[in-house]
Design a protein around this ligand. Structure first.
Ligand code: M6R
Length: 609
């Protein structure tokens, strides 16, 4: 969590940094700040609340400087406040630091700094320790002092550091938190993520773990932990800067919902040749590997985990291999049965989720083959995997994940189909049928998007509800979890998802007059069972919104309201049924006046445990 930006060059650092921070607000938005170096002094401004608070506060000050760092925060140590906001400085305000991550041994370091160096702390943050540590080690060379400070630190960090005594230099370090460097003409940049830099540069260095970067306006030098210079290939960003803009939509979430046909088309067609065979270009997994795997483990968090729930269903069905699925924060602290016959699939939009990354490392340590499904090219999960199956969703800015989920599902289908064919357990006719159905999905999603007005009208009737249950069977269970998460995270309605057959084992006690139940009944094979479950909740007074394929009109007799999705194979429905749930959540949240793209207490990229 948290976003950092830094600039050194001939333009006004203040404007560039503020603009970059706005592109990173998805990483955290409870406070923000900036430190600029001018006339041998550091000027620091930081405020609780959104970046607009910082902007308003400095708007009349006409700040200008050729070097600076900025930060947008998601609080870990210390509540959101002006004092706890970054940047943090040393006592005589010559060194300023912005930090994304957590310093695990900060209490111990703080005690040492207080006892041996008489440091008086200002904030409750772990980051302030870093500013004082660098100051203690500073003997005229900022890079050297940063190295010495980092040697004392344990945890995860991406740091940006400036010093008023070396006003032409910016030093940055990365360990486990993302950091990129933008290479300009007569200027250079650091940031937590590429969108912050796209207005200015297309040439990027992706910084590796334990690397330190020294930037001046004309030079960028990378060093490893042993202080040796390292060379890095330039990564050229090809996607459009507009991809990270709202383009007339009220919210990024709505824009991203509408981008799903395109994202799915891209993710699919980049892996299909003209004969509709799946190509694994860039993936080194062989037929022998696939035949050797006796288990697949899917590990992820949040929405990506929900994609994994559907993935388990699909891979088991098409590739005939047992699939286990776990949330990353649980996986890493168990002792799971993973070995060199395990295919470990890490799913992550950002590729920076710390729990997923730690689980991946644990699986790797046990000998598993790591295949990740990732959206952000060059992210940590992508770099630490044996192979990467990229989703081609484009940048996802809204905290509530939409297009990442559906493109992750497409990857699951492709992996399952590829494994099924390779192992010869999926007949070619069935394979062709699946591929043809998948290719129809973008158009079918467009048909659902055309129903937005109807779903808005439904939202107008439902938005005052304070409790919602999502139920489903088979692959609809994973979609129910995802629909429920979408609703709760952006509208703050208490929503709950459960396998429909489980209701009667306890949860049905909560159903009373007018309780809203959203019942997913997209599976032909399970349709009648779902109708029984709907009757059970109706009998207790529930208000039911049924979701079914358009030919299953029987649902109208059992439900108060119905949402239809176009006809398709049972196995493919998760790609369609989630779309109306995303739209419904969006409109309910909007009607409730919620801040949709930046829900409270959340951040897009969860880089803490
Ligand atoms: O970047 P990741 O896919 O690893 O993120 C995992 C979760 O934090 C994420 O899916 C989260 O649940 C969604 N933003 C919720 O919409």
């Amino acid at each position: 969590m948290c976003g950092i930006v830094g600039y050194v060059g001939d333009q006004n650092a203040c404007d560039i940094i503020i603009d970059g921070l706005k592109k990173l607000e998805y990483r955290g938005y409870d406070s923000s700040g900036i430190a600029l170096c001018k006339d041998g002094k550091l000027e620091v401004h930081k405020y609780k609340g959104r970046i607009s608070n910082l902007e308003d506060a400095i708007s009349e000050k006409n700040l200008s400087s050729s070097i600076g760092i900025g930060h947008t925060r998601w609080a870990t140590h210390g509540a959101p406040s002006d004092v706890n906001a970054h940047p943090h400085t040393n006592l005589n305000k010559t060194i300023a630091v912005v930090h994304n991550g957590i310093i695990e041994n900060f209490v111990e370091l703080k005690e040492w700094l207080i006892k041996d160096h008489d440091i008086v702390f200002n904030s409750e943050t772990d980051t302030e320790v870093i500013a004082h540590l660098i100051s203690v080690f500073y003997e005229g060379d900022l890079t050297d002092a940063v190295y010495k400070a980092v040697e004392k630190m344990r945890g995860a960090y991406a740091l940006g550091v400036v010093c008023s005594k070396e006003p032409d230099k910016l030093v940055a370090v990365r360990k486990d938190s993302p950091l990129v460097v933008g290479l300009g003409e007569g200027c250079n940049f650091i940031a937590s993520d590429i969108p912050a830099l796209l207005k200015h540069v297309r040439k990027i260095y992706l910084i590796e773990n334990n690397e330190t970067v020294v930037l001046t306006k004309n030079k960028v030098t990378l060093y490893n932990a042993e202080r040796q210079e390292v060379k890095r290939d330039v990564f050229h960003v090809t996607w459009d800067a507009d991809a990270a803009e709202k383009e007339g939509y009220d919210h990024f979430m709505l824009k991203e919902i509408y981008e799903q046909p395109k994202g799915i088309f891209e993710t699919l067609t980049r892996r299909l040749n003209e004969k509709d065979e799946i190509n694994l270009d860039g993936i080194s997994m062989t037929k022998e590997d696939i035949e050797r795997f006796n288990k697949v483990y899917i590990v992820a968090c949040g929405t990506a985990y929900h994609a994994g729930m559907v993935g388990k269903f699909i891979i088991e069905k098409l590739a005939k291999v047992p699939v286990e699925i776990d949330v990353a924060s649980e996986f890493r602290y168990r002792d799971p049965f993973v070995d060199d016959k395990t295919l470990f699939i890490a799913v992550s939009q950002s590729g920076e989720t710390l729990d997923t990354l730690a689980a991946l490392r644990e699986a790797k340590r046990k000998g598993a083959r790591i295949l990740s499904i990732v959206n952000v090219v060059g992210s940590s999960v992508a770099r630490e995997s044996d192979d990467v199956f990229y989703t081609w969703a484009g940048p996802e800015i809204a905290v509530a994940s939409t297009k990442a989920y559906t493109t992750q599902l497409v990857c699951m289908y492709l992996i399952a189909l590829y494994m099924g064919r390779t192992k010869d357990c999926l007949p070619v006719e069935q394979y062709n049928h699946y591929v043809s159905e998948l290719k129809d999905i973008p158009d079918k999603i467009k048909q659902i998007l055309n129903q937005e007005k109807n779903i808005l009208n439904m939202a107008k009737e439902l938005y005052k509800q304070e409790q919602v249950f999502f139920i489903g069977r088979g692959p609809d269970v994973g979609v129910s979890y995802e629909g429920s998460l979408k609703l709760k995270e952006i509208s703050y309605i208490n929503s709950f998802a459960i396998a429909a057959g489980e209701l009667k084992h306890g949860t049905i006690a909560l159903i009373e007059q007018d309780t809203l139940v959203i019942a997913l009944a997209t599976q032909d094979a399970l349709f009648e069972k779902m109708l029984s479950n709907i009757q059970e909740v109706k009998a207790r007074g529930a208000y039911v919104v049924g979701l079914a394929k358009e030919n299953n009109k029987e649902i109208e007799r059992q439900s108060d309201k119905v949402i239809y999705i176009p006809e398709c194979m049972d196995e493919i429905t998760p790609l369609l049924s989630v779309i109306p749930l995303q739209i419904l959540a969006y409109h309910i949240a909007k009607l409730r006046g919620c801040d949709i793209d930046k829900p409270k207490n959340l951040a897009k990229s969860v880089t803490v445990e």
